[in-house]
Design a protein around this ligand. Sequence first.
Ligand code: UDP
Ligand code: MG
Length: 316
Amino acid sequence: MKTISIIIPAHNEAKNIHPLYEKLEKIFQTLGEKYTHEIIFINDGSTDETGAEIEKLATEDSDIQFIDFSRNFGKEVATTAGLNNCSGDACIMIDADLQHPAELIPKFLEKWEQGFEVVVGVRGKSKNASLLKTIGSKLFYTILNTITESPVIPNSTDFRLLDRVVIDEFNRFTETNRMTRGLIDWLGFRRAYINFEANERLHGDASYGLWKLVRLAMNSFVSLSFVPLKLAGYLGLIITLLSGLSGFYVLVGKYLLHWEFASTFSDSESLAILIIFLVGILLISIGLISLYIANIHIEVIKRPMYVVRKKKLRNS
Ligand code: UDP
Ligand code: MG
């Protein structure tokens, strides 16, 4: 019998806890004897009755475990806590608000049994996503995919199944500034995708307001790519090149060859070009410093150098 850990981050989801629990129980009943399951709720600093609801469930059902955060740490950290503490042969991460259709869990398990180590839920059009959110997410994935090495499938969600190998590898990440999805994609492994239509939120409001989403997007860019860090350097290169060329043109044209157009540049205009040129040099220097910072960053977050699926070595 295989154990499946269900990981549920919850922030102000009091009214959703019980319905989700019942839905999950029903699903695992239909799955029969093949699987046992544990449910791990992470109460991410809720200010409503979420914590009490979870504790009540946990006293009724011994398969329910929970982690109660002292304050709100964000979903990325909440799911990480779940992954750090689950004991299943595989885990499934699912939102507490019933937007992720739990009835697809058997499909996730099927893919897992076929040998896929990561099964990713890909969201179709949200029924009531605002225009701003739709455009925002398009923009986010375009930028992310142009600046990162490991491609991220647009609209792939946190509704995921991970095999035990993947969980163990994930638990080696030590960086605190993280995007769970991005890190899982970074790990690689055999991936399968399952499309789903997001349900509407059962109760309550989405905790991710615009500002929090923007912050998450920035975090993802910064934690998955060095392009933002190198931006100043590239900008400096362009500025230096352009102002250098025009400075050269004015200098030679005005004072040496007495070209007509070059002579129309006044002294203060020439000075402006010189200043812009120096700004370019400054930006290049900042870019150089940021290369060193990038290297420090790489050493500090101590990402595993490589990720192994299986090995057979004489010494192990
Ligand atoms: N969540 C969390 N901590 C937070 C914000 C959200 O654990 O700081 C949980 C939330 O309870 C839900 C999931 O993360 O289970 C997704 O949050 P939400 O529905 O607000 O986001 P969206 O559906 O817009 O992605
Ligand atoms: Mg939601």
